[in-house]
Ligand binder design. Structure first.
Ligand SMILES: Nc1ncnc2c1ncn2[C@@H]1O[C@H](COP(=O)(O)OP(=O)(O)OP(=O)(O)O)[C@@H](O)[C@H]1O
Ligand SMILES: [Mg+2]
Length: 466
C-alpha cells in the first residue's frame, strides 16, 4: 500500500538531518580542539623534561660525562615509547638514543624546537632545547625528548567519548522538541480543515474569510479560484437548464397539441396540416437547441478557450461569406465581402468567430429585407487597423429597416426579439454574438445606419499586443 507523504515526517526529516549533521560537525570540532589541547599539554611536558635533563647535564660543567644523578634520571625506564638524547654538537651523543633525528639550532641557541617524525612505523613527537655547554664554551648541547603521539590521540578520543552521551541526549531532546513544535505548528491548519469539512455541499463561497497562515495562503487562493470556477460552471449549467426548459416547453406543448389534433380528426387534410405544424415546430426547436448549445459554448469558462490563437481574420471571414453566398442567391439576397483578401491577424477561436458571423448574416438575411422593390443587400466588411494602437473592425450591414432606436439597447439580451419582425427565432443570436465578442475582448456596437436605415453590427477587435 502506498502511503501518502506526511508533512510531519517531512518536516522532521528536513529539520533533523541538518541537526544531526551539525552535531556530527560539533563532534569533529570537539575532537580537533581536544587534540589541540592534548598536544599543548604533552608538548609542555616533553619540553619540561628536556629542560630538566638539560639543567642536570649542564650542572656537570667541565666534564663531558653525566653525573650519576643525571644517569639515573635518563636511564629511567618510561612506559610507552619515550626516548631521549643528549648530544653535544662537538662530541656527539652523550647519552640516550642516538637514533633520534638530530635537530639543528637555526640561529645560534634558538628557542625550543618541536619535530614530528615516524620511527619504527610509529608517529612520534620530539621537543629539543639548545644550551651552551658550560664545560666547553664553544660547544652546544642539544637535549631532545620524544614520545609516541598515541596518548595524545587517546586523550582527545576520551574527551570526545565523554561528550557523546550528552550530545545524544541533546539530540533526543532536540528531536522531541522539534516533533512537538511541528505538531503544534500544524495545528494552525485545523480551522481551515474544519471550515472545509463543515461546508454545505452547495456553498462555493471563497475560503478567504478564514485566518489561514501566510504559507497556506497560496493553497487557499488556489482552492478559491477552483471554487469560483465551479461556481461559474454551476451557474452556467443552471442557466442552460432553465433556458432549455424555457425554449422547449412551448414547442413541445405545440407538438402535443398538433398530435392530439391529428389523432382526434384523422381526415387527411387535417393530418397534413398538423404534420406541417409539427415539421415547423420541430425545425424551430432544433434551431433553438443549436442556439442554446452555441450560447453555452460561448459562455464556457475562460480556461476552455483553448483554441485562441493568432489567425487570419480576413481569410476566415471571406471563406465564411463565400460559403453562404449560394444560400443568399437562392433567397435573392446580394451578399458581399469588402476588405483585404488575407493578412489581418486577430487572436481568437475560429469556431466561435464563425458562429458569430453566421448569426449576423442569418439575422441580416432574415430581418434585413427592405420590403420594397429594392433587392436585399448584405455587406460584410473587414477594416484593417488604422494604426498599431487600434484593432481591426468587422461589420455586417444590411439595407433593411433596422430596429426601432429604443429597442437597440436591448439587442443582445437573451430571448429578446423585436415583435412583428415576421420571423421565428429563439432570440439568442445576438446574445451569442455579444458573448463571443466579449470573450475576444472586442467591442460590439449596433446602430441603424445608411439610407434607408439598415442595421449595422460592428465588432471592433482589440489591438494585438506586440
Ligand atoms: N439585421 C437586423 N435587422 C432588423 N432586426 C434585427 C436584425 N438583427 C436582429 N434583429 C432583431 O433582433 C432580435 C434578436 O435577434 P437575435 O438574433 O438575438 O434573435 P433571433 O434572430 O430572433 O433568434 P435566433 O437568432 O436565436 O434564431 C430579432 O428577433 C430581430 O427582431
Ligand atoms: Mg438571430
Amino acid at each position: 500500500m502506498i502511503r501518502n507523504p506526511s508533512l510531519r515526517r517531512r518536516l522532521l526529516l528536513f529539520v533533523s538531518v541538518p541537526l544531526l549533521a551539525v552535531l556530527v560537525c560539533g563532534g569533529i570540532i570537539n575532537y580537533v580542539i581536544g587534540l589541540h589541547y592534548a598536544n599543548k599539554v604533552y608538548d609542555r611536558w616533553l619540553l619540561d623534561s628536556a629542560k630538566a635533563i638539560g639543567d642536570l647535564v649542564n650542572s656537570d660543567a667541565g666534564r663531558n660525562e653525566l653525573s650519576a644523578q643525571a644517569r639515573i634520571l635518563l636511564q629511567f625506564s618510561v612506559k610507552e615509547r619515550n626516548e631521549f638524547a643528549v648530544r653535544s654538537l662537538r662530541y656527539g651523543v652523550l647519552a640516550g638514543d642516538d637514533n633520534l633525528p638530530q635537530p639543528s639550532p637555526k640561529a645560534g641557541l634558538a628557542g625550543p624546537l618541536f619535530t614530528n617524525f615516524v620511527d619504527r612505523d610509529q608517529p612520534m613527537r620530539m621537543a629539543s632545547v639548545f644550551l651552551a655547554n658550560k664545560a666547553d664554551p664553544g660547544d652546544v648541547l642539544v637535549i631532545s625528548t620524544a614520545e609516541t603521539v598515541h596518548k595524545r590521540r587517546a586523550l582527545a578520543r576520551e574527551l570526545l567519548v565523554s561528550t557523546v552521551p550528552i550530545e545524544l541526549l541533546l539530540i533526543g531532546v532536540a528531536m522531541a522538541l522539534v516533533w512537538l513544535g511541528i505538531n503544534r505548528g500544524l495545528r494552525v491548519l485545523d480551522p481551515l480543515a474544519h471550515e472545509i469539512r463543515m461546508r454545505e455541499a452547495g456553498d462555493l463561497s471563497p475560503l478567504r474569510t478564514i485566518d489561514a497562515p501566510l504559507e497556506v495562503q497560496p493553497l487557499v487562493a488556489t482552492i478559491d479560484a477552483l471554487l469560483a470556477r465551479l461556481d461559474r460552471m454551476l451557474r452556467q449549467q443552471q442557466r442552460f437548464i432553465a433556458d432549455a426548459a424555457h425554449q422547449l416547453r412551448t414547442p413541445l406543448a405545440g407538438l402535443r397539441l398538433q398530435a392530439e389534433r391529428a389523432l382526434a380528426d384523422p381526415r387527411p387534410e387535417t393530418v397534413r396540416e398538423a404534420l406541417t405544424h409539427v415539421e415547423r415546430l420541430s425545425a424551430g426547436t432544433a434551431r433553438a437547441a443549436g442556439q442554446l448549445l452555441a450560447l453555452a459554448r460561448a459562455q464556457a469558462p475562460d480556461e476552455s478557450l483553448g483554441a485562441a490563437a493568432p489567425l487570419d481574420l480576413a481569410q476566415l471571414v471571406r471563406n465564411e461569406v463565400a460559403a453562404r453566398v449560394p444560400d443568399a442567391i437562392a433567397k435573392g439576397i446580394d451578399l458581399g465581402y469588402r476588405g483585404p483578401e488575407h493578412g489581418i491577424t486577430a487572436i481568437g477561436d475560429a469556431v466561435l468567430l464563425r458562429e458569430m458571423l453566421g448569426n449576423l448574416i442569418d439575422n441580416a438575411s432574415r430581418y434585413g429585407n427592405p420590403g420594397d422593390h429594392a433587392g436585399a443587400m448584405i455587406t460584410v466588411e473587414l477594416q484593417p487597423a488604422p494604426d498599431p494602437g487600434s484593432g481591426c473592425a468587422l461589420s455586417v450591414q444590411d439595407n433593411g429597416r433596422g430596429v426601432a432606436p429604443e429597442l437597440i439597447p436591448r439587442l443582445g439580451e437573451r430571448f429578446f426579439r423585436a415583435v412583428g419582425n415576421g420571423h421565428e427565432g429563439s432570440g439568442l443570436g445576438l446574445a451569442i454574438v455579444r458573448e463571443i465578442a466579449e470573450r475576444h475582448g472586442a467591442e460590439l456596437s449596433i446602430v441603424n445606419h445608411g439610407d434607408p436605415h439598415g442595421l449595422r453590427v460592428e465588432i471592433r477587435f482589440p489591438p494585438i499586443a506586440a
